[in-house]
Design a protein around this ligand. Sequence first.
Ligand code: NAD
Ligand code: ISE
Length: 337
Amino acid sequence: MTVRVGVIGVGMIGKDHIRRLTTVLAGSQVVAVTDVDAQEARRVAAGLPGATAHRTGQDLIADPAVDAVVVCSWGPTHEEYVLAAIAAGKAVFCEKPLATSEAACRRIVQAEVAFGRRLVQVGYMRRYDAPYRALKAVVDSGEIGTPLMMHCTHRNASVPGHYTKDMAITDTAVHEIDMVRWMFGEEITAATVLTPRRSRLGGELQDPLMLLLEMDSGALVDVEISVNIRYGYDIRGEVVGEEGTAALGEFSPITVRRNGLVSGKVPTDWRERFLRAYDVEFQEWIDSVRSGSEFGPSAWDGYAAATVSDAALASLNGAGRVPVTLCEKPALYASSR
Ligand code: NAD
Ligand code: ISE
């Protein structure tokens, strides 16, 4: 069975996912697209044999030719489309964040629980990245002892003009928030945001910022978020255990030694750094839709990440250390995290 996919939002990542669904992966066909920029939606549809450009996301979800939905529009629009897909009983892959507040994510969780079966997967692709998977395997093996801390760095060369102060948490740090829940296999219990001296390259943004996450076990995670670092896209992570440390390797595929210097390539952006992770993530999603088997990161994971990101936002806005409390986990998500 070929999964007929409809894509909502044909901006940067929407186009990249359409490319991988169309030319890289097996088992799917993009049959419909939509965007508030209707002209762009028509242009993208014209490049996809047999695809329809729908006027709205709701029309796309209702289209009987669409088996499964991919949501790649801006974060604040996700809730509406994910709820509509659940109401239509269609599998939905939603780019992160699932929604931009804890309350919106809770409504999605409630709708999916009421439906009675998992339909939602959230685009937390670090869980599919080979270096992150290797790091987690070392942590899980116990070879560095009990994990005590993790140091994370999340640097973007630049961000688009519509990027707001809050997005440093809801759009950027949310990747680490999800990743450490998965890496440590436990929930986050408190968040504190510290604001260092501002970079003049960040304009009105508080850039950089430092996020401190407290894990249920007492382990601590620090995350540097810099979104105008200019030199490239730099993602780092090091877990400190009782008996050793384990860190993601440098990402450059080659190292050049010349004139007494050693140099390597820094990825330009997330498309380059996580290229293979997105491929694996989407192939597994297509296979789950085809076979009806369990999906990856769930609505519960999206809810947990949004709850922590709400706490971090409160901290960024002056609330200091903010504790995190999750609601009771529904049985539908027993295996989630
Ligand atoms: P973008 O601005 O390039 O594209 C978003 C597109 O959505 C635009 O074309 C816009 O016109 C369209 N849009 C906005 N509101 C809409 C609506 N109500 N209905 C239909 N279309 C609408 O942004 P982007 O960088 O592609 O990000 C899109 C989403 O993907 C965001 O949630 C972002 O956080 C996520 N993202 C994830 C990753 C990742 O690493 N997993 C990387 C980049 C972006
Ligand atoms: C973007 O939306 C992503 O998800 C990227 O992975 C992240 O690095 C960037 O900061 C976000 O804006």
